[in-house]
Design a protein around this ligand. Structure first.
Ligand code: NSS
Length: 429
């Protein structure tokens, strides 16, 4: 008989045979019966091991095996309402593949302890279901890009351009030259639109953020797109369509996972275009009316973003930020004071999930702004070439996969949106 997944064993009828393998999730003993709950990647199932139904060695091993030991089980399905999933297995064979030492993680552990033991904590069901949701999100995003004529490309993450500002860049010695870990693939994607027109990429981005928040990782998975012939408004349309596509598919196809993390699928089903657009200038007014001490030119913090989405059940865009507050590559609007950009804020106070803009085509304007940032202009010569040889209006955006997952899976902290979080004082394990 072949091994099957626990999910399938749970669909079998009374008296049918099954063979599964996995890890001991829970265990208790009562006289001559041992109850173990086994987990695999698809679920959990209870197994009953009775003394005279398996060999003596098998029974002794089952008795000895601690939580997280890996095992193979053969047996007969028995329907029982009290068991998780309504079925249990009465073992006819029980083989321990790898005995576990005493598992360090017990029920109540500090956050720090769980982070120290992240390589083991990843086995928890909450982490497992969250990682599945992330994989689904990526799957649906890929689908959406395919259906919308985008090419996936693979830009470098070693770069000489700190496109998102020198303050948060990781620099290192690249054979005698100063190079950086990429903060964004944007500039490379811009180069690629001149042949492929619509491109997207998924790369790690690095930000040496000195602030400790629930929304910042040092290394995160950055999903970015760039589109030729597209202006800011159409760029927003693409973003709201993509986010709606992902939310609705997650709502329809990931019910089990959503239930586990406590997200009502209905919350995601209502996500559909259009999303509200609010100009930065009006956002400032709204915040002032809500009692915030905030002026034109100030950046939004988490409390501001939360106040702006109050009462919204869909994400919103904040557009046209002041020129000084945004990166050198954003196109200056006809008013001369703002840029053609949009930040997408998730509902429920999860904050900014996407930053996007139309791109500046005027080289002089970019040089002026780069100089103010103290950037080394020479390193941007190649980028200015893109404007010199057949420039076109173009736009793009960047989505933090972990930020999106925080919202969709209702996570309290972004560290749980990635298996091995890189935080201010943590790069281990
Ligand atoms: O800095 S962004 O707002 N924009 C860019 O990097 C553009 N160059 C993207 C582009 O147009 N191609 O970052 C984009 C998104 C932002 O909205 C967040 O969702 C996410 O990247 N982000 C982060 N996620 C986790 N941790 C940190 N530190 C972080 N910084 C940005």
């Amino acid at each position: 008989m072949e091994f099957e997944k626990i999910k399938n064993a749970l669909k079998k009828k009374e008296g049918e045979r099954t063979k599964i393998r996995g890890w001991i999730y829970r265990k208790r003993k009562s006289g001559k019966i041992i109850f173990v709950v086994i987990r695999d990647s698809t679920g959990i199932i209870q197994v009953i091991i009775e003394k005279n139904k398996v060999t003596e060695k098998e029974f002794a091993d089952a008795k000895k095996a601690l939580i997280e030991s890996s095992v193979e089980v053969e047996g007969i399905i028995h329907e029982d309402e009290r068991a998780p999933g309504g079925r249990e297995i009465h073992a006819t064979a029980f083989n321990v593949v790898g005995f576990a030492e005493e598992f360090p993680i017990t029920e109540y552990q500090s956050v720090e302890f769980l982070l120290d033991n992240r390589h083991l904590w990843l086995r928890s069901r909450k982490m497992t279901e969250t990682m599945k949701l992330k994989a689904y999100m990526l799957r649906f995003i890929r689908e959406w890009f395919d259906e919308n004529d985008f090419w996936e490309v693979t830009p470098s993450v070693i770069t000489m351009n700190a496109a998102e500002g020198g303050a948060t860049v990781f620099s290192f010695d690249y054979f005698g030259q100063e190079a950086y870990l990429s903060q964004t693939a944007q500039m490379y994607l811009e180069a690629l639109i001149f042949s492929l027109e619509r491109v997207w990429s998924l790369t790690p981005s690095f930000r040496a953020e000195k602030s400790r928040t629930r929304r910042h990782l040092i290394e995160y998975w950055h999903l970015e797109a760039e589109e030729a012939w597209v202006r800011n408004e159409e760029n927003m349309k693409l973003q709201e369509e993509m986010i709606s596509y992902v939310c609705q598919n997650i709502a329809k196809k990931c019910k089990e996972q959503l239930e586990f993390v406590g997200r009502n699928p209905e919350d995601l089903m209502v996500i559909e275009p259009p999303f509200k657009r609010i100009k930065y200038r009006d956002a400032i007014k709204i915040l002032q009316e809500k009692g915030f001490d905030i002026q034109w030119g100030d950046d939004f913090g988490a409390p501001h973003e939360r106040a702006l989405v109050e009462g919204e059940d869909k994400p919103i865009f904040i557009t046209n930020f002041p020129v000084e507050s945004k990166a050198f590559y954003m196109k200056i609007a006809p008013d001369g004071k703002t840029v053609e950009c949009a930040d997408m804020l998730a509902p429920e106070g999860y904050g900014e999930i996407i930053g996007g803009s139309e791109r500046e085509e005027d080289i002089k304007s970019m040089i002026e702004r780069l100089k103010k940032e103290g950037a080394n202009i020479e390193n941007y010569e190649w980028y200015f070439d893109l404007r010199r040889y057949g420039s076109v209006p173009h736009s793009g955006f960047g989505l933090g996969m972990e930020r999106l997952l925080c919202w969709i899976a209702k996570l309290e902290h972004i560290r749980d949106a990635t298996p091995f979080p890189r935080l201010l004082r943590r790069a281990y394990p």
